[in-house]
Design a protein around this ligand. Structure first.
Ligand code: 13P
Ligand code: SF4
Length: 308
């Protein structure tokens, strides 16, 4: 049996080493669409494995641990979401990929943190009105950054939502003077943190920023899940890359869901044992695949354009 293993940057380094590909949500979805396999093991979270199954309904898709969910999914009540969507029936519903399969069936577009700015800009350029779900912080950022007035759903990433601007600001001031200290942040962080950031982007975009960094500054704070730091340090051991601090709750930047992917469970999943995504009915897949494919083809076209 031909098995493909995909891993997100937030999994631990030893799990990433077991994967054929490591990437952000967009990259992994594009790979899942492009590569053919009998079995795909997704070392990530449930919405990512579900997206893979929706794109490849005939492939066996295994998530190593069923409990690997995401707070953006669990905080979204689908019946309430349906009512909210009906209130704005003349709007285009753009949903972040961090959403359940059912959520995707009532969405017009799926976006990831890498392509959300461009897809929404394109919709506004066509004169559309837009609603955005489920990430409140990402929606607030888009409204602030581009002057939109999108109604936004109210759920958060429980990891990124803990970042606080005062604490990060204090830490940056201690680390050096302006022009010498940088902050990179994932758009799931609260707006005051994003306002402080020198760069806001997906995990892969932050990784690329670090890779290309040419300045003298050595103090670069990263406001995202801690797994990405490993990939950044592998690329640039010359830079002082530091996790932006979290002072509340577990005081750690680890996503408890991503960390469910242990080496042992990923090994078992590669043998066909684990949580198989086999519960999505045909109707759900048929409806959910449309907004996902719309997004994948938008991003593919963009990538081809910039490669030409
Ligand atoms: P990326 O698509 O930027 O990798 O984000 C996924 C995610 O879950 C961030 O918390
Ligand atoms: Fe979900 Fe946040 Fe974990 Fe990403 S880091 S999977 S958004 S809980």
């Amino acid at each position: 049996m031909n098995t493909l293993t995909l891993a997100h940057y937030y999994t631990t380094p030893d799990v990433q080493e077991m994967a054929d590909y490591v990437g952000d949500s967009l990259e992994l979805a594009l790979i899942a669409q492009r590569e053919k396999a009998d079995r795909i093991v997704f070392a990530g979270v449930k919405f990512m494995a579900e997206t893979t199954k929706i794109i490849n309904p005939d492939t066996q898709v295994i998530l190593p641990d069923e409990a690997a969910t995401c707070s953006l999914v669990t905080q979204t009540d689908i019946d309430a979401l349906k009512q909210w969507r009906e209130q704005y029936s003349d709007h285009v519903h753009v949903s972040y990929i961090n959403s359940s399969a059912e959520h995707k069936t009532i969405s017009d577009w799926i976006v990831t943190s890498r392509n959300v700015d461009d897809i929404i800009a394109d919709l506004y350029a066509q004169g559309e009105k837009v609603i955005f779900s489920p990430d409140r912080n990402m929606g607030a950022y888009l409204n602030y950054q581009y002057g939109y007035e999108m109604p936004v759903w109210n759920a958060v990433c429980e990891v990124h939502d803990k970042f606080k601007d005062e604490q990060i600001n204090y830490m940056m001031k201690q680390a050096g003077s302006e022009g010498n200290v940088f902050l990179l942040a994932h758009p799931e962080s609260p707006l005051p943190v994003l306002k402080l950031a020198d760069f806001v982007g997906s995990t892969k975009q932050m990784l690329d920023w670090v890779k290309e960094f040419k300045g003298e500054a050595h103090n670069i704070f990263i406001a995202t899940e801690e797994g990405l730091l490993h990939n950044m340090r592998q690329l640039r051991s010359d830079l002082n890359l530091q996790q932006a601090p979290i002072y509340s709750g577990c005081q750690c930047n680890a996503c408890p869901y991503m960390k469910r992917n242990t080496v042992e469970l990923v090994k078992q999943a590669q043998q066909g044992k684990g949580f198989e995504i086999n519960y999505l009915d045909e109707d759900t897949i048929a409806k959910a695949v449309k907004p996902i494919e719309r997004m994948l083809s938008f991003s593919e076209k963009q990538m081809n354009k910039s490669a030409a």
